[in-house]
Design a protein around this ligand. Sequence first.
Ligand code: ATP
Length: 216
Amino acid sequence: MNNEQPKIPQATAKRLPLYYRFLKNLHASGKQRVSSAELSEAVKVDPATIRRDFSYFGALGKKGYGYNVNYLLSFFRKTLDQDEITEVALFGVGNLGTAFLNYNFMKNNNTKIVMAFDVDQKKVGKEVGGVPVYHLDELENRLHEGIPVAILTVPAPAAQWITDRLVQKGIKGILNFTPARLNVPKHICVHHIDLAVELQSLVYFLKNYPADKGEN
Ligand code: ATP
C-alpha cells in the first residue's frame, strides 16, 4: 500500500471513496471542474467539510472556479491505491459471503476477492462468482502476503479464531461483518459493519428523530 501520501484524518479518509466515485462519474461525463456546492449536493457532505477535506489533499478550490476534477482524481487514485489491484480473501461463503463473491467490486474500485474459505464440504472445492472456495484448513497454505485484506462473513463464534490465524499470516486489514468484536494487535486495521445493528439504528432514528436526516 502507498505510504508516501501525507497523513489525513481518519474521518476524511473514510469519505475518500465517496468523493472518488462521484469524481469518476464527473470525469466520465467530460466535466473539468466542480464546485464544493455541487459536490456537497451529490455526496451529501456539507460544503465546509468538503473544503476542509480537500485542503488536506492540497486541492485548494478557487472562488468561482471550483476544483480541478483531473487533479483530484489522480490524487484519489494514488491515495486509494487505485493504480494497483488490492487482493482480498473472504471467509464464510453463506448468504452474505456469496453475495460479496458475486458482486463486482472492480466496477467501482480496484479491490478483488481472489479466494474464499469455508468449512462446509458442499462449498469447498467449488467456485462462487468465479472465486475458488478452499477449506479453512488451507488458510495457512493459500493466504500469502499479496493479500492484505480479509472479509469476515462467518458466524460470530468463528470470527476471533480466524482473525488470530490471519494476524499470524500478516493480514493488514479486516472488514468484519460478524457481530463479534475482534481483538487484534494495534497495527491491524479492523472496520466493523454489523448490518443488523445499522438497520436497527436507522429504524430507531426514523422513529425518534424524524426531522433529521439521520446521517451519523
Ligand atoms: P450468512 O450469515 O452469510 O447469511 P448463512 O446464514 O448462510 O450465512 P452462517 O451460519 O452465518 O450461514 O455461516 C456463514 C458461512 O460460514 C457458512 O457458509 C458456513 O459454512 C461458514 N462457516 C461456519 N463456520 C466457519 C468457520 N469456522 N470457518 C469458515 N467458514 C465457516
